[in-house]
Design a protein around this ligand. Structure first.
Ligand SMILES: [Zn+2]
Length: 235
């Protein structure tokens, strides 16, 4: 015949199993990449692509300027060659050179702007990379800790499950049925300790007669308020 103390000990192991399982679930939820890490990676990728875009823009402006320079050179050479003598025509050629120079000058302003942007993007990328490195370092540490804890909890669970099986096997079929029923009805806690003449689960003060019955440990006493089986701990 199993005792209330046996059921109490069973419940203690049962609750420990539930707590370890819950913690394992929490750890599994936390394993893997965090939103913070993914966001930091995205920021770096974004900064890299902006930097690349501005570098390309700068390069293409520089090519355009080179193109204009050679057109200006050709036009000036033609102007100086003496090939054309008609003043009207010469005036037109001069105006053309001046127009080319104005367009080149505008492009050179654009290059300065692009260079500024390249510098800004480079600084931003450096900041984002630094932040990502910090987040990665702390994430790696946290993941290693979680993995260690998971291994430890898995070991604990194995041990507790074995203990629970042994304790369960030692409980009489009637008490197994009682425990199962109360456990289901009372939020996983079938047995409550009587402490300072009160039910520790619901806090109600017990009548003297009940207190004496629980202490005597001869018969099963249920809390008149919450219905749990009352257990008297001697130690
Ligand atoms: Zn109670």
């Amino acid at each position: 015949m199993s005792t209330v103390a046996d059921l109490w000990n069973l419940q203690t192991t049962d609750l420990a199993v539930a707590a370890v399982k819950q913690r394992i679930g929490e750890i599994q939820d936390q394993l893997g990449e965090t939103a913070e890490l993914r966001e930091a990676r995205q920021e770096v990728a974004q900064s890299e692509s902006e930097l690349t875009a501005w570098r390309k823009k700068q390069q293409s402006l520089e090519n355009e300027v080179q193109d204009f320079s050679s057109r200006i050179e050709t036009a000036e050479r033609d102007l100086m060659s003496g090939r054309v003598r008609n003043p009207k025509e010469l005036e037109g050629m001069e105006a053309n050179v001046a127009a080319l120079k104005r367009r080149r000058s505008a492009l050179e302003d654009d290059i300065l702007e692009a260079m500024d942007q390249v510098e800004t993007c480079r600084e931003q990328l450096a900041l984002d990379s630094e932040l990502l490195a910090e987040i990665e370092t702390s994430w790696n540490g946290a993941q290693a800790d979680l993995t260690d804890e998971l291994t430890q909890k898995a070991g604990e669970l194995k041990q507790l499950a074995e203990q629970l099986n042994k304790q369960w096997a030692a409980i009489s079929p009637d008490d197994q049925a009682l425990y199962r029923q109360l456990r289901g009805q009372k939020g996983g806690r079938a047995v409550a300790v009587m402490q300072h003449n009160s039910c520790q689960a619901c806090g109600v003060s017990l009548a003297t007669g009940n207190v004496q019955q629980v202490r005597a440990r001869n018969e099963r006493v249920f809390c008149p308020t919450c219905g749990r089986l009352l257990h008297y701990q001697t130690h």
